[in-house]
Design a protein around this ligand. Structure first.
Ligand SMILES: [Zn+2]
Ligand SMILES: [Zn+2]
Length: 198
């Protein structure tokens, strides 16, 4: 498995490169800024980008998507409900229960609205990894005061799609859209909102 994090803008957005270490095929998750830095990293590792996946449509997660796409001539995937937030065209729709294959690796789409109407998380069940975008952070959760946000919807998403998902065990690592990694177990014990989502 390939997994790299690039903090790509002044908002501290985490762009992730995830893929298959044999074929070097990768998905680029949330290229939120600094396309030169992202493309240089890909070139320096000799990776073969297959697609861009946006966890949601906020500009701090999408800012470099169009420029990175042009460099590699690859599709951009996002949930259809995020379309109003995205100011470039010719993107492709993705939603639960879609699965994106990257070489021998798989990313399973989970619909987790609440931070935004079409927010998604991406699960690699084989590697026990969950990319949570701005849905779930280390010790916290995404804002719900932006357009289309809903605290109740976000709590329901975290509860039903993550914490009570029979395929997501406590030893899963989470890779959020901002700040550091964590585990499901840590968030069940220490997240400020655990009483609302457990
Ligand atoms: Zn956001
Ligand atoms: Zn964000």
């Amino acid at each position: 498995m390939i997994l790299e994090k690039i903090v790509c803008n002044f908002m501290g957005t985490n762009c992730y490169l995830f893929g298959d270490s044999n074929s070097k095929e990768i998905a680029i998750i949330d290229p939120g800024g600094n396309p030169v830095m992202i493309n240089n990293r890909i070139n320096s590792r000799d990776y073969k980008p297959k697609c861009i996946i946006l966890t949601h449509g906020h500009p701090d997660h999408t800012g470099a998507a169009n420029l990175v796409r042009r460099e590699w001539d690859i599709p951009i995937f996002h949930h259809p409900k995020e379309s109003p937030l995205i100011d470039f065209r010719d993107t492709k729709s993705i939603k639960e229960p879609d699965v994106v294959k990257i070489g021998s690796e798989e990313l399973h789409v989970l619909d987790t609205p609440g931070h935004s109407p079409g927010g998604i998380c991406l699960a690699s069940y084989d590697n026990k990894i969950l990319f949570t975008g701005d849905t779930l952070f280390r010790s916290s959760i995404g804002r719900t005061d932006l357009g289309g946000g809903s605290f109740d919807r976000l709590m329901n998403s975290i509860k039903t799609k993550i914490m009570r998902n029979p395929k997501i065990s406590d030893d899963f690592k989470i890779y959020p859209g901002h700040m550091d990694e964590s585990t499901i177990q840590t968030e069940k014990k220490a997240n400020m909102y655990r009483r609302d989502f457990l």
